[in-house]
Every structure is written in C-alpha cells, then in structure tokens.
Design a protein around this ligand. Structure first.
Ligand code: NI
Length: 192
C-alpha cells in the first residue's frame, strides 16, 4: 500500500462516522465489503465503551431506518447485534444480543427479507418460525430471548451477520447469482 492509499483509507474510515447530539452515527457498510463476510470476534470486555457502542448502534440503526443491526455492518468485527422490531414504539422491544447463539428452533416461515447492507434487494428467505437465543447483555449477564415471526426472523438474520453470512447466502444458487449480478450492475452504474 502506498502512502497516499493509506491516507485515503484513514480518511474514508473517519467519514463513516457522523457526530450528532445523540452520539456517533456509524455509516452502514454495504456489500461487497469483506467485513460483512468475516465472522465477528467474541466480546470479552463488558465496559463503558461497550455500552456506548451499543447505544451508537441503536442510533445508527434508527438513522438508517432499520429494525436490526449487527456490529460487522458498521465495520466492527465483533459479536454484537441490536434489534428493535417495534422501531422505537415499544421500549421493551429494544434487544441487545452479545455473543448470541440459537439454542432452540421450531417450525418454518418464508417471508421477504431485506438488509441495510444490501439496499433495495428483497427476497423470500426460509427461516425457523420460532427461536430461543442465549446471549449476554451489556453487563455480561447471560439472558435468554424467545421470539417468533418477525422477531425470530430478525434474530436469525442478525446472528447470521455475526457469522459472516448474509441473507443472499440463504437463497438458491440461481437466485443468489441473479442478485449478485444485479448488485454488480448497480455498482457499475453508480447506484449503490
Ligand atoms: Ni442485514
């Protein structure tokens, strides 16, 4: 890497963060950023910095009009995800999952899914209808979260992100290839 390229990389990483009254808003990275395909690191330190990051993740998610956000989507390769399927309406529905794992799955649902890292792409994805997730909260305490329908879908989608898996990876080979072709075309046309 030449000196000018390093400088450019640093500048672009800085531009990914916008400072507002509610804290830092991180820009959501898009496909094909390699960070999206890399499994996140396990979180081992539960400190004030983590709490701030989680708050910033919620604000970044709301700013991007999303109901779920995983840390790799803001270029932080760690096993952290935030979900709010009520989109600010019900405070109890704000969920933080750190180092999560799905411990129970039941049934099947096939619904259309989208992702902040794949804007405008929507495809039907098959998921479990109901899941039970074991995860740590911001203090490091282990909790269990059960969800069905949209919440179950969101948890499966976000936990996939922590394993470097995108929803297009859950499509048939043919469908996935078509979506990738569409995204490449959008990138080429400067529409991405
Ligand atoms: Ni996503």
């Amino acid at each position: 890497m030449r000196c000018s390229e390093i400088l450019l990389a640093i500048v672009s990483r800085f531009e990914r963060i916008e400072v507002t009254k509610k804290g830092k808003i991180h820009e959501v990275v898009k496909w094909p950023d390699p960070v999206l395909q890399k499994p996140g690191e396990k979180v081992t330190v539960f400190d004030a910095k983590l709490k701030t990051l989680v708050e910033e993740m919620f604000e970044s998610m709301y700013a991007a009009q999303g109901i779920g956000l995983a840390a790799p989507q803001i270029a932080i390769s760690q096993r952290i995800t935030v979900i709010d399927v009520s989109f600010k309406k019900i405070p109890e529905e704000k969920i933080v999952l750190i180092n999560p794992e799905i411990i129970e799955r039941e049934g099947k649902q096939v619904e259309e899914e989208g992702c902040l890292s794949l804007p405008e792409i929507r495809e039907k994805v098959s998921r479990a209808a109901k899941v039970k997730v074991r995860a740590q909260d911001v203090t490091g305490k282990w909790v269990e979260v059960e969800g069905e329908e949209l919440l179950a879908r969101a948890m499966q989608h976000e936990i996939d992100h922590l394993d470097g898996v995108l929803f297009i990876d859950r499509l048939s080979r043919l469908k996935r290839d078509l979506v990738i072709r569409k995204m490449k075309k959008m990138i080429k046309n400067g529409e991405w």
